[in-house]
Design a protein around this ligand. Structure first.
Ligand SMILES: *Cc1c(COP(=O)(O)O)cnc(C)c1O
Length: 500
């Protein structure tokens, strides 16, 4: 399997090359030249087998320059019981016609672990395969969860350095502490005076800075990315769509072959795109529900065909979705235009220079055939947390609440009562204060300690308090640097001790 750039430039490359480099040289994203297929029988047989086995079945069809044995080593190391407990992902029966797919049982309590626990293993092997000798510096802009998951995945991995930039005031208190208490000889965390888009733009500019790349190279460093622009982030996310479907059939929630709904809380469009790829590979999906918070750029895009980031970025209760530029949409557009790289490049240039682009009616029609988009404002998010608890005794985190709300909206406008799976992307304990507010119990805590809120949430719901939270309470803050966005490159050079 070879990979091309979504902007049509450059050569075909191997999967190891795509994973090692992260971004294509023309600024595009790597995508596979074709998609493998699974038969319904193959999908149904996934139920009941260890998660690592399913992961290898999917990964080996894409990462053809890795041996099955290598992939199994990567998957077993990533999805171990020590890291994820017994079942890395769990389909929880909640309502009559909807279940919740819990994806947050990994070390950092967010779904990002599903990919970021395996990416370091894929990447260190990619280095061997591409014959590179240098060390890798992983740059990550984060809206809260990617940063911690990348730090946790890459900490003390030989030959790597991981540098994370987060918006100083744009993440939850637990998210911030998770990052600033990170240990590991090769980890570095910077707060940015700005929002997530400032951080993401800064990282993209650094990737496009050839002079800087050359300078790093002289000192033996290659830049790569742990953001979902990296193909090695996306493939592992395809796995749990198959797993969820096979579980839903096995538990008789649906008949074999029946088309289902997936509602996905969306920011950078990575998670939902992985589902779209799973459907391309044969998974019976009727509709994807693209759920946004007040930063509803994607809702507008899917409703009108115009992508327009010229609007203020709002800080919301679901900070991991506070994004105006959803990078992975580029991969969807490439696919829906039948691989028209120059056309995609034109749109992305317009997005860069004018902050907007418009796709033609034919492309919009294809998008709307498969995707329904909706959003929840802050009050709707809180109300959804409250009503899901009252109706089903299920505790939603704010991101999952946005997706639960969007599924309800979809049913309302479409009268489609098909079975739906809502992807749950974070533990409620990552956002205890907001969840308590949704449950109308915010009065139980005074002050703004996230730990007092977590303990109160535990009292109210009896949901087991994760060990990660009780441990976090004891850890010293190790990373205190706050920098301006324009100083990101200098911060990287200083971290790597490059001074000429
Ligand atoms: C990253 C994240 C999302 C959004 O996922 P994308 O792949 O960026 O669309 C949603 N919820 C949580 C909790 C996240 O961490």
């Amino acid at each position: 399997m070879l990979y091309v750039s979504t902007r049509g430039g450059g050569d075909l490359v191997s999967s190891a090359h795509a994973i090692y480099n992260g971004l294509a040289p023309d600024g595009g994203l790597f995508v596979p030249q074709s998609f493998p297929a699974f038969s319904l029988e193959e999908i149904l047989a996934m139920h009941g087998q260890p998660y690592a086995v399913t992961a290898v079945q999917v990964l080996q069809r894409f990462l053809t320059d890795y041996s099955e044995e290598e992939l199994m080593e990567c998957a077993l190391a990533a999805y171990s019981e020590e890291k994820f407990g017994k079942d890395p992902v769990m389909l929880q029966k909640v309502a009559g016609n909807a279940d919740i797919l819990e994806l947050w049982h990994g070390p950092t309590m967010a779904f990002k672990d599903m990919a970021l626990q395996i990416l370091p293993h894929l990447m260190t092997r990619a280095r061997e395969k591409t014959g590179e000798e240098g060390r890798i510096v992983i740059l990550t802009a984060t809206s809260g969860d990617t940063g911690k998951a990348a730090l946790e995945g890459f900490a003390d991995v030989p030959g790597t350095e991981v540098i994370v930039f987060y918006p100083e005031d744009g993440v939850s208190p637990v998210q911030k502490l998770q990052m600033t208490t990170q240990t590991g000889r090769n980890t570095k965390v910077f707060g940015i005076e700005g929002d997530f888009d400032d951080a993401q733009r800064g990282v993209k500019e650094i990737f496009h800075d050839r002079g800087l790349a050359e300078r790093l190279r002289r000192f033996g460093w290659t830049l790569s990315s742990a953001n979902s622009i990296n193909w090695g982030r996306l493939v592992p996310q395809i796995v749990y769509y198959f797993k969820a479907y096979s579980d839903a059939v096995a538990t008789q929630r649906i008949k074999p072959g029946e088309g289902v709904l997936f509602s996905v809380p969306t920011g950078n469009f990575g998670d939902i795109l992985a589902g779209y790829y799973a459907r391309k590979m044969g998974l019976p999906v009727k509709k994807f529900i693209c759920a946004s918070n007040t930063n509803n750029v994607l809702t507008d895009f899917i409703n009108t065909g115009k992508y327009d980031r010229n609007r203020p970025l709002h800080k919301t209760l679901s900070p991991s979705m506070d994004i105006l530029v959803s990078s992975n949409l580029e991969r969807l557009l490439f696919d829906l235009t039948g691989g028209k790289g120059p056309q995609v490049a034109e749109w992305m240039e317009a997005l860069n220079s004018e902050g907007a682009y418009q796709v033609p009616a034919t492309v919009l029609e294809d998008i709307r055939y498969l995707f329904y988009a909706s959003w929840a404002d802050e009050q709707e998010t809180l109300d959804t947390i409250g009503s899901a608890y009252n109706d089903f005794q299920y505790v939603l985190d704010p991101h999952t609440a946005v997706a639960w709300h969007a599924l309800a909206k979809y049913r309302l406008v479409s009268s489609d009562e098909s079975y739906g799976i809502v992807l749950s992307t974070a533990s409620p304990y990552k956002f205890s204060q907001s969840v308590l507010e949704g449950l109308n119990k915010a009065g139980l805590v005074t002050g703004d300690s996230p730990f007092a809120a977590a303990h109160a949430l535990h009292e109210v719901t009896e949901l087991p308090l994760p060990a990660q939270i009780t441990k976090l309470e004891q850890l010293p803050v190790l990373h205190k640097d706050i920098i301006a966005p324009q100083d990101m490159a200098a911060a990287i050079l200083a971290t790597l001790d490059i001074r000429d």
